[in-house]
Design a protein around this ligand. Structure first.
Ligand SMILES: [Zn+2]
Length: 285
């Protein structure tokens, strides 16, 4: 069961000369196109969950980070957790995304990465989740490692990379169209201005929706971690760490791409409550 969230991007739109009125319509249309949300409704976090998250968050922030475990212990934790999270993640992906999506994720340790980080990506068209050894070494328990891994599955199931690429393209199209509009109005159509607009748009489109996707991944990750037999709210405390957003080498780490935020914890708690009530996912309308 897959849904198409975007009509195909018409790249010819940016190449062709368009009259100002048509450009205005195109801009309006594209703005609507990028105003996309999550694939699933996120549970409400107001009230109890927010209060509870605040307490846990404050507690986690005031607890000193654990002493890193050895590389061998981190490897053993990774192997243990991957054995359980992989089948849970694959089954969720197959049920939710259907046969069109490759759900056989390669899960590995990124041995080059010096920062504590984890990511989901496609490599040669195949889905890959990687966790760095420094990240695994600062996990406090298997639940934390499992939650991070399950969260990365959430990016696959939410189709976030595809959506982000489409948003970047649409954002580029808007900026490009605006640049084209400006020059068209001034009577001197400038294709270079349009190309410059494309660059600006790519940055804007890429940033705008990332927090929404992080939240959706947290919610999907909670369900996957739970299905794999882990305590998701306990694992999600990893996000509340007072991690330094940047490592001494200047590279980005997990906390720079996943800013600690009480809302994330509240959402994990609210999702866990849904699971406990036997409530399934609701596709977004
Ligand atoms: Zn993420």
């Amino acid at each position: 069961m897959t849904r198409s969230w975007f009509p195909p991007i018409r790249s010819d739109l940016v190449r062709n000369r368009l009259r100002p009125r048509a450009l205005g319509l195109a801009v309006a249309g594209l703005t609507a196109l990028t105003a996309c949300g999550t694939a699933y409704d996120l549970p409400s976090t107001t009230g109890t969950y927010e209060a509870q998250a605040s307490r846990i968050f404050a507690e986690a922030r005031s607890t000193p980070p654990p002493k890193p475990i050895s590389a061998a212990a981190a490897q053993a934790r990774f192997d243990r957790v991957a054995r359980r999270v992989r089948p849970a993640g694959r089954s969720a992906c197959e049920q939710l995304r259907g046969p069109q999506v490759d759900c056989q994720v390669q899960i590995e340790i990124d041995r080059q990465m010096k920062e504590a980080n984890a990511y989901f990506t496609y490599e040669k068209g195949r889905p890959v989740i990687r966790m760095s050894l420094p990240l695994l070494q600062v996990t406090r328990n298997d639940d934390e490692a499992a939650f991070v891994m399950a969260h990365e599955y959430g990016h696959l199931i939410g189709g976030h990379i595809e959506k982000k690429q489409q948003q970047v393209a649409a954002g580029a199209l808007i900026a490009g169209t605006l640049a084209g509009l400006a020059t068209a109005v001034s009577g001197d159509f400038d294709e270079d201005a349009l190309a410059r607009g494309l660059g600006v748009g790519a940055a804007v489109g890429g940033i705008a929706y990332s927090q929404t996707y992080e939240l959706e991944s947290d919610s999907l990750g909670t369900r996957i971690a739970h299905a794999a037999g882990y305590d998701a709210p306990k694992g999600a405390r990893f996000f509340a760490r007072p991690g330094k957003p940047q490592s001494p080498s200047g590279g980005l780490n997990f906390w720079s791409t996943h800013p600690p935020d009480e809302k994330r914890l509240a959402l994990v708690l609210a999702t866990q409550a849904e699971i406990d009530r036997g409530q399934g996912l609701r596709p977004a309308q």
